[in-house]
Design a protein around this ligand. Structure first.
Ligand code: IMP
Ligand code: MG
Length: 184
């Protein structure tokens, strides 16, 4: 896997430090509040599991899944579709949506609309990465670990063709991999 990497953007240590800092901020902001953390599958898996374990609050956890990218393509599909909805009741709860990256904003825009129908008390967004350059919806993260330029990145939950999510750092892939994805 290492041979496929062009450049590491955020190291394991840098991520650890930022995730701790955000977790501490969230712990202060949501103290004495009923908080439901909703992870967007599959990209938020790694980030969310590290984040919630550093928040000593009695939070509820749930997940949603939306389809934005199809197959190995790195450009957004025309439509975002919610394919797995929450199971918990978030009426009157404070909701924190956790995702790997805020890119065009289409995915989180749809998810926020859908969650708003459940009448939570508040909805906020926490992302590992914010890629402002490609934004198409008027949406900004309330909590964000790192700002990134318009580069396609993998690792720490982010994938290319559903691989590389388990890299412990965030990195840019070699061009050759992006052109011809690997088959084993
Ligand atoms: P958006 O709807 O364009 O904001 O896209 C959000 C989703 O696209 C993210 O949750 C990721 O799954 C995917 N995505 C966007 N940029 C990248 C990237 O650089 N690497 C991997 N996945 C990405
Ligand atoms: Mg995703």
């Amino acid at each position: 896997m290492k041979n496929d990497i062009e450049e590491v953007l955020f190291s394991e240590d840098e991520i650890k430090n930022r995730v701790s800092a955000i977790a501490q901020k969230l712990t202060v902001d949501y103290k004495h509040k009923n908080l439901t953390v909703i992870g967007v599958l599959n990209g938020s898996l790694v980030f969310m599991s590290d984040l919630i374990r550093q928040m000593p609050l009695p939070v509820k956890i749930d997940t949603v899944k939306a389809n934005t990218y199809s197959g190995a393509s790195t450009t957004a599909a025309a439509k975002t579709e919610i394919i797995h909805n929450i199971d918990v009741n978030v009426k009157g709860e404070h909701v924190l949506i956790v995702d790997d990256i805020l890119d065009t904003g289409k995915t989180l825009f749809e998810i926020i609309q859908m969650l708003a129908e459940h009448n939570p008390q508040s909805i906020k967004v926490c992302v590992l990465l914010n890629k402002r350059a490609r934004r198409e919806r008027d949406i900004e993260p309330d909590y964000c670990c790192f700002e990134i330029e318009d580069k396609f990145v993998v690792g720490y939950g982010l994938d290319f063709d559903n691989r590389y999510r388990n890299l412990p750092y965030v990195a840019v892939l070699r061009d050759s991999i992006m052109i011809a994805p690997k088959t084993l």
